[in-house]
Write a protein that binds this ligand. Structure first.
Ligand SMILES: [Zn+2]
Length: 147
């Protein structure tokens, strides 16, 4: 079982399955969201995800659409501001920032994306694959419901 929680502990959840490898996103919007140089993103199957507490504390923000739908969506704790997992009705997967996990998910970073937008002070020190923008459609983290 992989547990997770927000900063104040009001929102808690658990994942009973595996977590995807971790994608390090350096996009400007991810810098804004995290206040950091990048966002460590991963996902799990929706049927393996469960809220334990605080679902009523979740605030949803959808950013203006830049390209194709769905719009960038950030769910966060309205008490402490931590980014929390995004559960979409139309998706078989739940995406989240890995920093909200309390346990080691077993996954590790596997690539960097949107490096074209990286901050001047953002220094990379690994040899993982690098993309200036988003990876090709067939290489994205699972998000939409497969029909
Ligand atoms: Zn909180």
């Amino acid at each position: 079982m992989i547990r997770g929680s927000c900063l104040c502990g009001g929102i808690r959840f658990e994942i009973s399955g595996r977590v995807t490898p971790i994608q390090i996103c350096h996009a400007r919007r991810c810098q804004k969201t995290t206040g950091s140089a990048f966002a460590p993103e991963a996902a799990c199957r929706a049927d393996r995800f469960r809220w334990i507490a605080g679902e009523d504390l979740i605030q949803v923000y959808e950013a203006p659409l830049l390209r194709e739908p769905p719009p960038l969506r950030r769910d966060f704790c309205r008490v402490c501001g931590s980014p929390v997992p995004v559960v979409r009705e139309d998706s078989d997967f739940v995406g989240f920032m890995v920093g909200v996990l309390d346990d080691d998910p077993g996954s590790r970073p596997f690539r960097h994306i949107f490096l074209g937008q990286r901050a001047a002070w953002d220094e990379l020190s690994d040899d993982l694959p690098r993309f200036d923008e988003r990876p090709p459609a067939d290489q994205r983290l699972p998000q939409r419901r497969s029909s």
